[in-house]
Ligand binder design. Structure first.
Ligand code: NDP
Length: 419
């Protein structure tokens, strides 16, 4: 029986917390902690009586390591799940290290103010070293490897769907289907419709920053960078149909390039509708995606934060989103000397998710893997000292758990490849 501290109480956290409460045989005690404690209390009230997991709540500013340390010392968790924002990754990792408690998250570290001159200096040096434009990358968190190893605790990074499940699919394909994987195409399709002209399915700040950044892919041992949204393909997705998709930089490429031997090319594609792209371009052109403070009526505001306040809260999209997501990976390579291709994917229905946990499928496909990763760490099945991504453990228990907890997957051994 384990005690879990969940930090953050937004769209993804809400699903992870519902799922934790469905697995009371593993999670005996749960503390939901966030900046706005009223949200934690509301969710705890909804769940009480429906689970035998004991639930408490707490207020914490996770930008402040000492506050997180104090909370860990008070609640004494066996594992901490960070489903706040990527901005808090390092402060929470520091707190877990100080208290020697395992750490789990769903997205790699980003700096909140990317126009901050001090951060830009470090960022520009890093881009030069890595050879690609990376607002977000693993180097900040991989820098904790030795410290976590010495402390004898696990940090499991990026256990959402992508990153997360996509890397588990890769480890599973490597273990069961290939001697050598040569190419990986990660395809993230959201065929859902929420009826708004423009809204993001997860935190708008993080989402818009990811999408407006230059794209990149891994080929023959190095990064190839392209202007944002400049490579477009079409794909016919099971359960969704034909969709336009665009090549983006994505964090799991970096980990897979380091960990999958023989891989020659890794790309990541995400589908977008024309309305989303047009709105995003306009917002970018007028400066609404800026992350640095500007003065307005004698007050400082950060345009992207102001935009977030205007846009629909992703957590509120559940009741009105219809359609399906289809996320997975197409692999090509060699098995027993013969060429082979395999597509592993999950199809998830927005309204089925809503009926089960009150959220749309983007939060669901992230929150369920967040619970699964946390559960495997808590049970000691995915437990080794150091900092790891999800492709670095035995994929089998994770794949079994996906089937059991709401994200069943399909293996297609004759998929259509992306051009
Ligand atoms: P939301 O904006 O809905 O929720 C974020 C939560 O974090 C809110 O409860 C917020 O509190 C809280 N928070 C923010 N800052 C702090 C702080 N300083 N201290 C304590 N709590 C804080 O985001 P999502 O649920 O959409 O996303 C959560 C995470 O999931 C993000 O890291 C995102 O990148 C990741 N993600 C990963 C995916 C994957 O597949 N791997 C896909 C989608 C998302 P408040 O209410 O007070 O603002």
């Amino acid at each position: 029986m384990s005690r879990v501290l969940v930090i953050g109480c937004g769209g993804v956290a809400s699903v992870a917390i519902h799922k934790i409460c469905q697995v009371s045989e593993v999670f005996s005690d749960l503390c939901i902690a966030s900046r706005t404690v009223s949200k934690c209390d509301k969710l705890a009230d909804e769940l009480k009586g429906k689970t035998s997991t004991n639930i408490t709540t707490a207020k914490v500013d996770a930008d402040n390591t000492d506050e997180v340390i104090a909370l860990i010392n008070e609640f004494k968790p066996d594992v901490v799940l960070n489903v706040a924002l990527p901005y808090q990754d390092l402060t929470i990792m520091d707190a877990c290290l100080a208290c020697k408690v395992p750490y789990v998250d769903t997205a790699n570290y980003e700096c909140e103010d990317t126009d901050n001159p001090e951060w830009r200096k470090v960022y520009e040096e890093r881009c030069k070293r890595l050879g690609f434009t990376a607002y977000f990358d693993y180097s900040w968190q991989w820098a904790y490897r030795e410290k976590y190893k010495e402390a004898g605790i696990t940090a499991l990074l990026g256990t959402g769907f992508d990153p997360g499940v996509t890397s588990v699919f890769t480890a599973y394909a490597q273990k069961h289907y290939f001697d050598e994987i040569h190419t990986i195409d990660i395809l993230d399709c959201n065929g859902g419709d929420h009826g708004y002209p423009f809204a993001t399915n997860f935190n708008p700040e993080i989402n818009l920053r990811e999408v407006s950044a230059p794209g990149s892919y891994w080929e023959d041992g190095h990064w190839v960078e392209i202007p944002a949204m400049s490579i477009k393909r079409e794909y016919n997705f099971e359960g969704v149909g034909m969709k336009d998709m665009y090549l983006l930089h994505h964090e799991e490429i970096e980990a897979l390039a380091a960990n999958i031997p023989h891989v020659k090319r890794i790309r990541f594609f995400m589908t977008f509708g024309q309305s989303y792209l047009t709105h995003m371009k306009c917002l970018e052109n007028v400066g609404m995606l800026r992350t640095d403070p500007v003065e307005f009526n004698g007050q400082e505001i950060v345009p992207i934060q102001f935009l977030k306040a205007l846009l629909p809260d992703p957590a509120s999209l559940g009741p009105r989103t219809v359609g399906k997501t289809n996320i997975g990976c197409i692999f090509t390579g060699i098995k027993d000397g013969k060429e082979k291709k395999v597509y592993i994917y999950n199809v998830c229905d927005h309204q089925e998710c809503y009926r089960e946990v009150g959220s749309q499928a983007i939060s669901y496909t992230t929150g369920v893997p967040a619970m699964i990763g946390t559960m495997l760490v808590a049970k000691g099945l995915w437990n080794k000292p150091g900092v790891f991504t999800t492709d670095e453990f035995d994929p089998d228990p994770y794949m079994d758990a996906l089937n059991k907890y709401g994200l069943p997957w399909v293996v297609d051994e004759n998929p259509v490849l992306v051009d």
